[in-house]
Design a protein. Structure first.
Length: 217
């Protein structure tokens, strides 16, 4: 004959176990959701149409593909997928967009190349590897920095910097950088100067707010 007390205890034990499992799963799912960061930001590029609304955007998104979008903000369409930078300014020269394009190594380092995108066909063309576009100087030339890493990599204390620089001719071995001025029409380098501190607060005043003639000795 079955023992009612035993059956009741077994049932209670099963209920307790499943309740504990349910609570564990709920807490874990809540914790995972709390750490999920949703990003969906549209940053306008300097191109404008006749009504003054920006036509080109850099989109950063964890929902839709990141990349270069064209159109009004509410219904812009993806033209070039990828991770592009706008924090130091994209430069539009007629129908050519100069912009930083980011890529990532297997060990989590972020690399940056200067690329050019034709805004009519949206074909992408590499211009310079390991080169960071910082903006345009007062006389119109592109102001770029080469031979260094993006600040997000923390090159001052990142042991991987030395390892990568040993295998890359584009990265300076002694930590110095080069400021390069590029003609946006011809893509030719027209001037360069060594610079130790490209993250200095005075960088813009020294290079971007002046003409190339004023920068040159």
């Amino acid at each position: 004959m079955n023992n009612p007390k035993f059956s009741t205890n077994a049932l209670l034990t099963v209920i307790i176990i499943f309740s504990a499992l349910g609570l564990f799963v709920t807490v874990k799912l809540y914790d995972m959701a709390a750490h999920i960061v949703i990003v969906n930001q549209m940053v306008p590029i300097e191109a404008e149409d006749r009504s003054g609304d920006s036509l080109l955007w850099v989109r950063y998104s964890t929902i839709d593909p990141s990349g270069i979008y064209e159109g009004f903000e509410s219904n812009a369409e993806l033209r070039v997928e990828g991770d592009f930078g706008s924090d130091w300014g994209a430069v539009l020269e007629d129908d050519q967009l100069y912009i930083n394009k980011y890529s990532y190594t297997d060990v989590g380092m972020t690399l940056c190349d200067l690329v050019r995108i034709d805004t009519r066909t949206f074909d992408l063309e590499p211009v310079r590897r390991n080169t960071i576009l910082r903006g345009r100087c007062a006389s119109g030339e592109l102001v770029c920095v080469s031979g260094t890493f993006l600040p997000v990599n923390h090159p001052e204390n990142n042991s991987l910097f030395d390892l990568y620089s040993m295998t890359s001719p584009d990265v300076s071995k002694d930590g110095s950088s080069t400021v390069i001025f590029i003609d946006p029409v011809t893509q030719q380098e027209v001037y360069s100067v060594s610079e130790k501190d490209t993250l200095s607060p005075t960088f813009n005043k020294k290079y971007l707010d002046r003409t190339l003639e004023e920068v040159m000795p």
